[in-house]
Design a protein around this ligand. Structure first.
Ligand code: ACO
Length: 357
């Protein structure tokens, strides 16, 4: 038995491979270095869905645009009760309203849902009315437009596209595994996506980037970094945005996102400060845990990028879901295509029944 199933192969997939020793992510035969900054989110959807959805529309951007318009009808259910929840809880609740199924229309509605619902929830929590989708725009550009009520610049849309591409799929991470387990019961794509979202929400997975902003704000200036970091580690806290189960060298996603933050001119001062904090964290983790190789993970630069795009930190996990939903939907169909019910064994270490005297 392996703690946390580390190193256990639980599925065979053609979708993506994480080579932690080399620091390489491959998505269906293409390296992330090749995709990030060049491909659009819709291109990666095509790459991931190909062969798993036989009736895949030829014009994916148009189909996704139509799906955004369809799911926007559910935004009317966003009441004050839901607006009091965290953004990811509200987005999950709205997603649960969509009909379940295994068909391509269901898949596209689920693919569209996090972008439409995140914008509506963020605006609703700020007291603003929701903005309807524009089906003619790319998914990233429309996500930003729905969020702000005004068009995004090309650089901003490209930066969000890079983010969505970067996080679209990543081997058998916790949320994808959860999605595959649910898909294996044949519960439907909606159920699989809700399982993925629920796993993503945790701070050890997709919930890390919000607290990274809190950390940067609490540190305030580079001179405070060492004392703040040491105090956090002395308390037994984990430093969000560092460490990874698989990557023991560079996380290629962190590099891709750092490059995208550079496109957003206004953020240079913030980026320099973050780089100083990053260097301090890495140095202190090396001193304190010399036998571990704890490197910067995807979440550190995610936080900077999403902050620069004006997403509130409380909604960062929802933006992660906007991208990762593509991977969950591809893995769910791959699981349905060939997989058996996922039902591992456990090792019983509890008491045995007493023999009757
Ligand atoms: N800060 C401080 N110490 C850390 C960190 C960290 N960020 N990450 C790992 N460690 C330490 C642990 O305390 C542990 O030390 P010990 O052996 O002396 O007790 C050791 O490194 C190994 O930790 P594990 O929990 O066994 O590593 P695991 O592979 O299970 O965890 C994880 C990976 C959850 C990402 C971890 O590194 C972490 O908690 N990081 C912070 C949260 C974070 O950034 N999450 C986002 C991950 S990326 C993603 O999911 C998209």
């Amino acid at each position: 038995m392996t703690d946390g199933l580390e190193g256990v192969v639980a599925a065979q997939t053609v979708l993506s491979d994480v080579d932690g020793a080399a620091g390489v992510l491959i998505v269906r035969g293409r390296s992330l270095d090749e995709l990030a900054g060049r491909a659009r989110f819709e291109d990666v959807v095509a790459l991931l869905f190909e062969g798993f959805y036989p009736d895949l529309p030829a014009d994916i951007p148009a189909a996704l645009g139509r799906a955004r318009v369809e799911v926007f009808a559910e935004v009317g259910a966003l009441d004050t009760g839901l607006l009091d929840r965290t953004p990811i809880e509200a987005v999950r609740a709205l997603t649960a309203r969509l009909a379940d199924g295994d068909d391509i229309e269901t898949a596209f509605r689920l693919l569209a849902a996090p972008a439409v619902f995140t914008a509506a929830v963020v605006r609703g929590q700020a007291g603003d009315a929701p903005v309807a989708p524009d089906p003619t725009l790319g998914h990233a550009a429309d996500a930003l437009r729905m969020l702000r009520g005004a068009p995004a610049t090309k650089a901003e849309a490209d930066a969000l596209d890079t983010y969505l591409v970067t996080v679209a799929d990543h081997g058998l991470n916790a949320s994808t595994f959860a999605a595959r387990v649910v898909a294996s019961t044949r519960a439907g794509l909606g159920s699989a996506v809700l399982a993925g979202m629920s796993a993503l929400k945790g701070p050890l997975h997709g919930g890390a980037p919000g607290p990274i902003i809190d950390m940067l704000d609490a540190i305030g200036e580079p001179a405070n970094a060492r004392a703040w970091i040491e105090a956090a580690l002395d308390r037994g806290d984990r430093l969000m945005g560092f460490g990874h189960r698989i990557y023991k060298v560079r996380d290629p996603r962190a590099d891709a996102l750092k490059a995208a933050v550079r496109w957003l001119d206004a953020r240079q001062g913030r980026l320099e400060f973050a780089e100083q904090v990053e260097a301090a964290v890495l140095a202190i983790l090396r001193e304190r845990k010399p036998d571990r190789s704890l490197q910067t993970n995807v979440e550190f630069y995610t936080a900077l990028l999403l902050e620069a795009l004006a997403f509130p930190p409380g909604a960062f996990t929802c933006v992660f879901a906007m991208g990762r939903v593509a991977g969950w939907l591809a893995h769910a169909r791959e699981q349905l295509a060939g997989g058996r019910l996922i039902r591992p064994a456990s090792l019983y270490v509890g008491p045995m029944p007493q023999k009757a005297a």
